[in-house]
Every structure is written in structure tokens, then in C-alpha cells.
Design a protein around this ligand. Sequence first.
Ligand SMILES: C[S@@+](CC[C@H](N)C(=O)[O-])C[C@H]1O[C@@H](n2cnc3c(N)ncnc32)[C@H](O)[C@@H]1O
Length: 420
Amino acid sequence: MNLANVLNSYSDEYWDFKDAKNDGIHSIANYPAPMVAPMQHELLNLLLRENQGYQKMLDPFHGSGVTLVEGQSLGLEVWGMDINPYAHIISLAKLEKYDPKIIEPANHQIIQRIENLKKSNLAIHHSFDNIQKWFRDDVIDDLRIIRTAITMESNLKTRRYYWLCFGEIVKRYSNTRTSTFKLHVKESEKISEMQNNVLEDFFNKIKETYKLIGYPKLGPFHLTCGDSIEIMKTYKPNSFDIICTSPPYGDNATTVTYGQFSILQLLWIDNNDFQYDSNCVDNFSKIDSMSLGGAHSANNAFYYSPIISSYISQLSLHKQTKIKRFYTDYENAFRLMTRLLKPKGSMLLTLGNRMVDRLEFPFIDVNKEIAQYYGLELIHVINRNIMKKRMPIRVSRLSDGKPVDSMSKETVLLFRKGEH
Ligand SMILES: C[S@@+](CC[C@H](N)C(=O)[O-])C[C@H]1O[C@@H](n2cnc3c(N)ncnc32)[C@H](O)[C@@H]1O
């Protein structure tokens, strides 16, 4: 049976993965809108069963690395990019893995170091704009101690492991609300009620996380932190058997603010231990404005989808600019993806339609249209319900202040590139 027939034999309900959890390795860190790991695993597995020669997979918007980890666990060599350094830090940890024989003694030492620093008051000063708005003074003191202790660790890879764990503690003890990905300060009562277990929680985090990641490394991987449009331009055409991704569904500032979600962690982590441009944390919204459709967008679309043209004409002028910017960036990314896919290669996209000015943005149909233009054949469509709330209930607000509900459905499109 070919893959299309195999996929037709499943009900759409099956793909809801009602009881699926992103546990184990996928629970080591929080990142907005992760894909459902068991679903991606099964889809990739079906693709590999049909195409036993497939070896190389690309996710140009890897987020917390769900598809990269699942692809790697199935024996694929994986390539990934994300513009957000926090997504890079999380995915790197999941793929590079940590040897318990190195981490366990290092844990013992760092705990000792932290306890000594707590007694001696010798932690290195660390600060950034508005630090006291986002962290309580006693929390800042403890975070400075941990930060100092991490910088004293001599092994780079072990430091990276600690930065990952530290990032999660930073977020947990920040004064930002958990009900939104945007930065909003909690009510002052809630801030003062918060118990300070910063050090204890960090100790527990470093003792547990490496066990969830697993060891040893499963295979070769290639991660780059940066704009996937620029990075994809440097890759050779026809390089990948599979492109599997969940791209942003709109500009970050008005859909999911991945950058704002990550900025407090990044302001504490030492970027010298990673390969990303430290300028991206210059201000709280810089990552979001560098992302697809953000203020820095300067691309031209090669193909203007008719669906987009008629949709845009119904929007307010302000939103028209945003959708045009997002579309042109996305069309550039899509064109590059089709160029990088090998003949007979497969592209799996997980997508959703969001609301803009109370009108549904027909992103799924736009993808079908662009794919057809670039010669990809649509093999199968899965419409699934998003069972677990992976997003806060409300993601953004309209200009009149009314909240917009987040999506409860998503679609997986499977495309195939022709032989030539
Ligand atoms: C929907 S998320 C990906 C979810 C991911 N597939 C997962 O499993 O967690 C989209 C990602 O695209 C990234 N992104 C946005 N614009 C980008 C760009 N120009 N280059 C690279 N990554 C970008 C965002 O930082 C975000 O992490």
C-alpha cells in the first residue's frame, strides 16, 4: 500500500492523539506551541517505511526541537534553525546529550560552589534594564549566585547544560504572568506571596534533567541559530529527503511572541557559551521583530497567491501591512524549502488558520496554493483537534481591546516533490 492509502486508512480522530503527552525529553524546558511528539514520530515513521532511502531531514523553524528529536530517534541526520536563541539552547541540549559520568560529579561541585557563594556573598554582579521590575531582590541575589557558579564551571558542554536548567528557574521565579506569552507583570500581591526556593529548585533541576535527555548521542545533527531564510540560501539545492516543520502562522508580535517568552531567560544566560548574535537581546521585542513578518522584513514575494490578495483587501490598512510582510517572508522561506527538497522528497507542514480583524487568515489554503505553484503534489491532509491546551487561552487582543481566542484545530499537509 502506498503512503496515501495507508494514511487514508486512519481516521482523523486518530491524529488527535487524545492522551499523548510531551513527556520525557520533551518536558525538560518550556517553549510556546510545541508539536505533539508521538504524532510527529508516527508520521515520520510512516514516511520512512515507504521511503527507505530517506536520510536527511530539515526543520527550518525548529522551536523546542520536537521534530528534530523524533527524526533523530528514527535514525535521520537532522538539520535545524531557529531565530530564537532560547529555542536553540533547548534543542541543542536535547540533541547534544550529556554523559552522566561527567554531569554527576559536576553537579556535586556546583552545588558545593553555590552553597559557598551563598555564605560568602561573593557572587558576581549581573544586571540589565528593569531587572527589578521582573525579579524580586532576593530572587536576583540567588540567581546571581547560580550564574556565578555556572561561569566557574570549566567544561563548556557542562556549562551549556547548566544554562538550560538555569533558564527554566529564571522563568519560574520571574514576575511575569504565566497566562500569556507576552511579558506582563503579575499583581504585586502574587509577587510577594511567591516562596523563594530558587537554589533548591535549581539543584533538583540539574539532578533530573540529564536523565530525561538520555545518553549517548543518537546521530549527527546540525543546529544554527539565525534567520532560516538567510541560512537556507547558503545550502545546496536538493539536499534534504524530508522537510518537516511547524512554521509561525503569522508575525510573532501579534500571534505567539516566542521572543518575549524567552527574553528574561536570555538576559541571564551567558551568550558566550553559544553561537548566536548577542544583539538579539538588545530590547524586549527584538527577537519578535527579527522573526518572520516582523519589522525587519525586507523581502519581495516571487509568487503572489490569489487567496492572499483577496484576503488582504478585506483587512484594515494596519493589518494589511502586517499580513503582506508576513506573507512575503513566508513565501521566501517556502520557495527556499522547495529548492532544498530532493526530487521525490517529502514536506510535512503542521499549520493553522488564525483570526486577524475577526477574519480567518486562510494560511492552510495559502500553503496549498504556494506548494502547487512550486510544483509540489499534495499527498494527504490531516485535520486534527488540539487536545492539550499548548497555548494560553487568549493569545492576543484586537485594537478595541477584545481578546482573541487561541486555535483549537490544526492541519498537517503532506507534499511530495516530483522526480525532476
Ligand atoms: C511554531 S514554532 C515551531 C514549533 C516547533 N516545530 C516545535 O515543535 O516546537 C515556530 C518557530 O519559528 C521561529 N521563527 C520565526 N521566524 C523565524 C525565522 N525567520 N528564522 C528562523 N526561525 C524563525 C520562532 O522562533 C519559533 O520558534
